[in-house]
Ligand binder design. Structure first.
Ligand code: NDP
Length: 329
């Protein structure tokens, strides 16, 4: 029986979770149409929640997290995929309650599998991962309404995975990007990726008690939620587009209706997990061509399975700049 390695999270004491690299068997994987040999994965905030026992993400342990995987089809019972095909698997239930990309093999339904688009390498797809894909979904919504030369776009949580990818893709497309970051040390990194101006978190939260703020942003990509998202909406220009992607600070949204009824601001929710397959394939193809970021390696730190626990602790405390790429096999 074929054995492989995986980063398995176990409940070592009541409500205390720890991950170690362990040997698994293919028979430990759930049933599915496509068996993929995983070459690369990446670390997302959700993986850190899964790896620390957050039952809203993963209910049962022992469990192998990893919401992102890219690799080569090993076996397939579905006609759409054959042995040797390069594929990306992200979202749906991968890494949540289905053994995920932090293992050398995954077995998944064929409907979760995206062919690697022409022009993209497996490694590059996982430097982007769910973070890059989510940023691209938000940019798709902004592009529909806001041309690049129409003003500044605000990106919050800018040094994180989704934020840094949003900065890189927006600036590649010619947008003026203002980055909000709590990390003074990340400014150089964000400048290299194309941010034209910076705000500290305190500056972005200034005058949060006011019902409306001076209009500044033609678009917003928010990964933080709470007062940060509320202030961004209040400072959006007439007709501005605000994409709500995350809740790194808070799931709350303390807002009034004035930005919507006096300025026609559009608030759009971004849900990468349930993105439908035709749109999913469209976004990945865009990321492989017109939205391709330059020198993606410079935005990521590469680790192996044994380096995961340390980076999980760092992402939970908001210390990561850019992306963590995980080399699997
Ligand atoms: P990261 O941890 O990589 O980045 C989050 C960033 O948010 C941090 O680096 C930090 O950036 C900022 N931040 C953290 N805590 C606070 C705080 N208390 N106040 C203000 N800013 C803070 O996470 P990801 O980029 O992977 O994910 C970001 C969010 O998006 C998460 O909530 C995640 O769950 C969500 N998400 C949603 C998806 C969707 O489909 N909608 C898909 C993927 C992620 P800085 O130091 O620069 O301020």
């Amino acid at each position: 029986m074929k054995k492989f390695k995986a980063f398995v999270v176990e409940e070592i004491q009541e409500n205390q979770f720890s991950g170690t690299v362990k040997e698994q068997h293919l028979s430990d994987l759930p049933p599915g149409d496509v068996l993929v040999q995983v070459k690369y994965s990446s670390l997302n905030y959700k993986d850190a929640l899964s790896a620390s026992g957050n039952r809203g993400v993963s209910k049962n342990y022992p469990h192998t997290p990893g919401i992102d995987a890219a690799g080569v089809v090993h076996e397939s019972s579905d006609v759409r995929f054959k042995t040797g095909d390069e594929v990306i698997v992200t979202s749906y239930d991968l890494g949540m309650n289905t053994a995920g990309g932090f293992g050398q093999y995954i077995r998944v339904p064929a409907n979760w599998v995206v062919p690697l688009p022409t022009g993209m390498a497996l490694k590059e797809s996982m430097i982007l991962g769910t973070a890059g894909f989510t940023a691209a979904m938000a940019i798709f919504e902004i592009l529909k309404e806001i041309p690049p030369d129409s003003g500044e776009i605000l990106v919050t949580g800018a040094s994180g995975g989704v934020g840094s990818m949003a900065v890189a893709i927006l600036s590649k497309l010619g947008y003026q990007v203002v980055a909000v970051s709590g990390k003074e040390s990340a400014r150089n990194f964000l400048k290299t990726r194309g941010a034209s101006r910076f705000l500290s978190r305190e500056e972005a939260l200034d005058k949060k008690e006011r019902p409306l703020l001076k209009p500044q942003w033609t678009g917003v990509i928010d990964t933080v939620g709470g007062d940060m998202l509320a202030n961004a909406i209040k400072a959006a220009m007439p007709g501005g587009v605000v994409a709500a992607c995350g809740n790194a600070a808070s799931p709350d949204l303390p807002i009034n209706v004035f930005p919507f009824i006096l300025r026609g601001v559009k608030l759009i929710g971004i849900d990468s997990q349930n993105c439908r397959m035709p749109h999913r394939e469209y976004i990945w193809k865009k990321l492989a061509k017109e939205w391709k970021i330059e020198n993606p390696e410079s935005m990521s730190l590469e680790i192996g399975l044994s380096g995961l626990q340390a980076q999980i602790d760092r992402i939970l405390s908001g210390k990561i700049t850019g992306r963590i790429l995980v080399k699997i096999s």
